[in-house]
Design a protein around this ligand. Structure first.
Ligand code: ADP
Ligand code: MG
Ligand code: MG
Length: 212
């Protein structure tokens, strides 16, 4: 199991890019049901743009350096709502753990909480509005509980990812109060929020890259 430093951060983002690519069509389909059908391609464009830049980072780049690069690249390459939202998440997460070369359990909890707070700051959605916040908030809560019970950093990430997936699933039964899906009223019921789903994919990538 790797320690959660710069190599892990790179592995996380590389695996996120791979998962987003694999799920590009599925994310577009979710977004076609309750939005404009571009969520998969938006995120795929952004994460593919990050990859060559990761290689250009110095070998001793910290996790914060990696996440800051992700933030600026997503903000500049992803059109639509998700680019600035994920960009702010990675930016706030980066600032929160600046200077650390290895993240312990508390730092992982802080990173995830700062990322979630960034999404909320940028998008003003509350829990239950059927957005990516509904994946991030259960993830943060599960991470905090897991850390409080003495779990390892990797186990904390696994708990966060599983909670994000459950949160994404929960969005299926709700109407939306933010984003394009909010125009649909009751017609959004029965459909999973695409941003919650992509958030769960990204958090699973964080856990898997720590657990390898
Ligand atoms: P667009 O709607 O501009 O096409 P995307 O399709 O890339 O952007 O992203 C849509 C996702 O963005 C939604 O599924 C939702 O999770 C998220 N989202 C939209 N608005 C907000 C918001 N105000 N706060 C949090 N997340 C939001
Ligand atoms: Mg869209
Ligand atoms: Mg769009």
């Amino acid at each position: 199991m790797m320690s959660l430093g710069g190599d892990w951060a790179r592995a996380w983002i590389t695996l996120s890019a791979q998962k987003i690519s694999e799920h590009r069509a599925a994310l577009n389909t979710l977004d076609r049901d309750i939005g404009d059908g571009d969520h998969g391609e938006n995120l795929d464009r952004g994460f593919q743009a990050v990859l060559p830049q990761l290689d250009a980072l110095p070998a001793d780049a910290t996790p914060a350096d990696v996440f800051k690069l992700v933030a600026t690249t997503l903000i500049s390459t992803v059109g639509g709502a998700a680019g600035p939202l994920y960009g702010t998440a990675f930016l706030k997460g980066s600032v929160r753990i600046a200077g650390l070369t290895v993240l312990d359990g508390q730092a992982i909890v802080d990173l995830l909480a700062a990322a979630r707070d960034g999404v909320v700051l940028r998008g003003k959605a509350e829990a239950g509005d059927k957005t990516m916040v509904d994946a991030w908030t259960p993830a943060v809560d599960a991470a905090a509980r897991s850390h409080a019970s003495g779990a390892t950093p990797t186990a904390i990430l696994i708990a966060a990812a599983d909670a994000a997936s459950a949160g994404a699933l929960d969005t299926e039964s709700w109407i939306a109060r933010k984003g394009r899906a909010s125009y649909l009223g009751e017609r959004a019921i029965g459909h999973r929020d695409p941003g919650a789903e992509s958030s769960a994919l990204i958090l699973h990538a964080a856990a898997e890259s720590a657990n390898s």
